[in-house]
Design a protein around this ligand. Structure first.
Ligand code: DPZ
Ligand code: ZN
Length: 371
């Protein structure tokens, strides 16, 4: 396959089983991408990520720009070498974190001036600067610089923001000169179907290797996303990957795959693992519950991850209550393994004509409540 080629092998309604070719190898989709914000997927080594079936790792442009800086990472051989990850890396554009993390100072057509949340130093990011940072990192998939509004937003705010995101996409495209990297545009439009379709028409009019849906998982009631996706995702270019940014729970993944989404990222599995919440094939487990104090069973009897093969709920509850670092590590290994297994089985189900059955199985199982 050629760099950037997206080959659809099978479909089931809107769901697709496909392969995207990147400079660091093929990506089998649907795919969940592990979030490695500051050049690390928290609490896991690259070898453990691979063992769990991870294909793609995300890096955050905002965080890496502030510390240690893209020029340092470039001097160290680029982000792949720096973090010892030889698979594909996707980096977001930095806009989302600037708006959500920094003391925002000034936004203009040119870009965003802000103060670092680390030391208050003044910084400026524009489409051109975002592309420069991501190219210095050596990213395989580079996200266009966009504006992501928080929820709720007025129609006027949405229309102005979408138009800016489109103009910033054109500047991102013109500035992204690294031939090994794939540039993805980001569709915005809030929670309004008309605005979403208008933004999609604008963004997808630019010929790119892939397109993302941004502006979700920004505080909106999640059912609004579930209701909107089937009317938007299938209308995006069928021969390009569709990436839903910042989403989601295992249930969100299944619903979105059914709407035609191919790629996902979310901090959920790693973040909730550190808080003692475990995803299983029978719903969520809160490991700190007293009922697990002397429970010798694995987190999930249907899981074959390193954690489930070697440790009991009793031990993992003890580690969590004791604040032991190993607890975060073992819970994270399980949750990442679980997410990757959900996606691996989804790819097989689509390819083998069993998607409806697998979808219904997952939605029923994931909804189960702890007794
Ligand atoms: N939930 C989201 C997570 C993200 N990293 C992003 C982003 O990087 N850009 N634009 C977005 O809309 C967005 C949404
Ligand atoms: Zn497990």
């Amino acid at each position: 396959m050629a760099l950037g080629e997206f080959k659809v092998h099978a479909t089931a309604g809107n769901a697709r089983r496909a392969t995207l070719m990147t400079a660091h190898g093929p990506v089998q989709t649907p795919v969940f991408m592990a979030v490695g914000t500051k050049a690390t997927v928290k609490a896991m080594t690259p070898e453990e990520l691979k063992e769990c079936g991870t294909q793609v790792v995300l890096g955050n442009t905002y965080h890496l720009h502030l510390r240690p800086g893209e020029k340092t990472i470039a001097k160290m051989g680029g982000l792949h070498k720096f973090m010892n990850w030889d698979g594909p890396i996707l980096t977001d554009s930095g806009g989302f974190q600037v708006f959500s993390l920094s003391q925002l100072r000034n936004m203009s057509e040119e870009g965003v001036e802000f103060r670092s949340h680390l030391d208050g130093a003044k910084h400026f990011i524009s489409p051109e600067k975002s592309m420069e940072i991501q190219m210095d990192l050596g990213s395989d998939i580079i996200m266009a610089f966009d504006e992501c509004l928080q929820y709720p937003a007025t129609d006027d705010q949405i229309e102005k923001s979408m138009a800016l995101t489109y103009r910033w996409l054109l500047r991102s495209r013109d500035a992204m000169t690294r031939k090994e990297s794939l540039l993805f545009g980001i569709v915005q439009g809030g929670l309004s179907l008309n605005h979403r379709l208008k933004s999609m028409e604008q963004i997808c009019s630019v010929d790119l290797p892939g397109y993302a849906l941004g502006g979700f998982s920004v505080g909106e009631p999640i059912h609004l996303m579930h209701e909107l996706l089937p009317h938007v995702a299938p209308k995006m270019p069928a021969n390009k990957p569709r990436y839903l940014m910042g989403v989601g729970t295992p249930t969100d993944l299944i619903i979105a795959i059914d709407s035609g989404i191919d790629m996902f990222d979310c901090v959920m599995p790693t973040r909730v693992a550190r808080n003692g919440t475990i995803y299983t094939w029978n719903g969520k487990v809160s490991i700190k519950r007293a009922e697990y104090k002397e429970d010798p069973s694995a987190l999930d009897p249907e899981c074959d991850c390193y954690t489930c093969r070697n440790y009991s709920k009793a031990y993992l509850r003890h580690l969590f209550l004791s604040g032991e670092i190993l607890g975060s590590r073992l819970n994270t290994i399980h949750n990442i393994h679980f997410y990757m297994k959900v996606m691996e089985k989804a790819r097989a189900a689509i390819a083998e004509g069993r998607w409806e059955e697998y979808k219904n199985f997952c939605l029923a199982r994931f909804a189960k409540k702890e007794k």
